[in-house]
Design a protein. Structure first.
Length: 311
């Protein structure tokens, strides 16, 4: 009896996300904030193919400009592969080929999806047989959004966003994403939020140390009610993102005038997500925003998290 052949490559896919709710706690002494967020994984995916190699490398392809992405050890996918190799004792490397569709620095967790898919692909390629809990623990060390990219669906994130609990979500939500031609630095947006809060300290409620997700959000998701969710959409980072990129405000107004139930800046931006009541309205909205010379993509959620595919 012959031993089974090692796979020649492994292919994993992971989704981008929208933060349908994001509340940011007060600035702590370590320079970070606690968060309370509701994530929804949407049908815009990153594809990672992993091939045996003596060292670690990554290349990119896909419909978006990836020229700004690092391909050295600072890349999150490389970090994920190296972490798994250290954890498992694997002594060789991997060649990663990533087909990108999620906007870069767009507030949708594209880099986190790359890392999550890399963990799955390398685990399969190397036969390291890590448990789900072990993969999630590594994901949490790589970044706040990486565990959610692994789990997908709809979830509540607390702490830095990496402590996840599943949220019940019924049916399908229809989104139209307005993709900006530029990216935004997450640290810059958080700094702008802190400055905004300091400037308006007399006019706004002080941030709490440990924020929570509003009950109305959970009820809307559980009911699968897009109109109810539209009323509950919230992002504390939106004001800061609009301060740094005022043109996003015009896009938000335009989408709502063209039939969206509501629009929200996703995460730290600059992607703007518009919620539509149904598939037909989402299609009409996509056409109308495209006619206004915006780059738009129609997606649905929630969708599954990272998984292996068989080419």
């Amino acid at each position: 009896m012959t031993a089974p052949l090692a796979p020649t490559f492994a292919h994993a896919r992971a989704p981008g996300k929208i933060n349908v709710f994001l509340k940011v706690g007060e600035l702590m002494e370590d320079g970070y904030h606690d968060l309370a967020t509701a994530f929804q994984a949407v049908s815009l995916y990153e594809d990672v193919r992993a091939y045996p190699a003596p060292d670690f490398s990554v290349t990119f392809s896909g419909p978006i400009d990836t020229s700004s992405l690092s391909v050295d050890g600072s890349n999150l996918a490389i970090k994920a592969a190296r972490m798994l190799a250290r954890k498992s004792g694997y002594r060789r490397g991997v060649r990663l080929e990533i087909e990108k569709h999620v906007p870069i620095a767009g507030g949708m967790g594209g880099g986190s999806a790359d890392a999550a898919a890399t963990l799955l692909a390398c685990d399969a390629l190397w036969g390291t047989e890590m448990s789900r809990d072990e993969l999630l623990a590594m994901a949490g060390k790589l970044g706040a959004d990486v565990p959610f990219a692994l789990t997908g669906g709809t979830a509540i994130g607390t702490g830095k966003g990496d402590r996840l609990s599943p949220a019940l979500a019924k049916g399908t939500f229809h989104w139209v994403l307005a993709i900006a031609e530029f990216g935004m630095s997450t640290p810059d947006v958080y700094r702008a939020l802190d400055a905004h809060r300091e400037r308006h300290a007399q006019d706004i409620f002080p941030a709490v140390a440990q924020p929570t997700v509003d009950a109305e959000v959970l009820q809307a998701l559980r009911a699968g009610d897009a109109r109810q969710l539209a009323e509950a959409l919230h992002n504390d980072l939106q004001a800061a993102a609009l301060h740094l990129a005022p043109g996003l405000g015009t896009i938000l107004e335009l989408g709502e005038q063209m039939g969206a139930l509501a629009g929200i800046v996703s995460g730290s931006g600059p992607t703007v997500a518009f919620l539509a009541p149904d598939a037909d309205t989402a299609l009409d909205l996509q056409v109308s925003l495209s006619a206004s010379r915006l780059h738009v993509i129609r997606v649905t959620g929630p969708v599954h998290g990272a998984r292996l595919l068989h080419d």
